[in-house]
Write a protein that binds this ligand. Structure first.
Ligand code: URA
Length: 243
């Protein structure tokens, strides 16, 4: 392991765990046994357009950004400073989906720019990825939930057509769902991270890997080792997808 990688893992609080418990990457393969058939999402329903907009399902990036900025589909629009569409490489192979903007993201208009974002950047770096380079970062909801509460299922549902269109436009090879709202938006129904992680799910035929949200990891240091396993699984899956 390079010194740089070791430093990054240490920043994530993973260095010793990696050395003691994971001398080699876990044996994770893309075989059928690891695919969770029950969690494979059906083809998503086509999006309803807000009044005066082209159908979300046929929007380009400019139209999508404008529609999200003007969106009034749920109550989250009332308190937002701005909607936060996403950031990164629109042709990325990797898509990371979080929960929703927090105070700093609402202020700056970019996802994951606060403390959780720093950890996300370290997690990306640990698997040799970088924000903006073959990586796109978005959220299940585009507007900040008041007091950073978890978005309600109706809010996630109202915003899903935008995420769906982002996925159609990006056409990522692999999606990483960060936390429960992201996993629920992508996979539908109730998802428990502890049960869903370690398996390969799918959204519209695209492999989805579920892991803990960086903000949760900041509060629950012991689960960082599991998040590291998930990242290794994701990297291995991607390698198998594009040898
Ligand atoms: N948490 C998220 O889920 N998304 C962000 O953009 C910031 C924090």
């Amino acid at each position: 392991m390079s010194a740089r990688r070791e430093n990054l893992l240490r920043e994530m609080g993973l260095g010793p765990v990696w050395k003691l418990r994971q001398p080699a990457e876990p044996e994770t393969t893309l075989d059928a046994a690891r695919v969770a058939p029950s969690a494979v999402a059906s083809e998503p329903a086509s999006a309803a357009a807000p009044p005066g907009c082209a159908a979300i399902g046929s929007m380009d990036w400019g139209q999508l950004g404008a529609a999200v900025a003007e969106c009034r589909a749920c109550a989250l629009c009332k308190a937002r400073k701005q909607a936060v569409l996403g950031v990164g490489d629109v042709n990325a192979d990797w898509l990371f989906v979080g929960e929703g903007p927090g105070a700093e993201e609402d202020e700056r208009g970019e996802p994951f720019v606060g403390q959780a974002g720093k950890l996300l950047d370290a997690m990306l770096a640990a698997i040799e990825l970088k924000r903006g380079s073959d990586v796109y970062i978005g959220n299940a909801v585009k507007c900040r939930p008041p007091s950073n509460r978890t978005p309600e299922p109706e809010e996630i549902a109202a915003c899903r057509p935008y995420l769906q269109r982002q996925i159609e436009l990006i056409r990522p090879k692999l999606i990483v769902a960060l936390g429960r709202p992201a996993a629920q938006s992508l996979l539908g129904g109730e998802v428990k991270i502890g049960a869903a992680r370690g398996q390969l799910h799918a959204y519209a035929g695209i492999p989805v890997i579920v892991t803990y949200h960086p903000a949760y990891l900041l509060r629950n240091l012991t689960d960082k080792a599991k998040a590291w396993e998930d990242l290794v699984f994701a990297r291995k899956t991607m390698r198998e997808l594009k040898p």
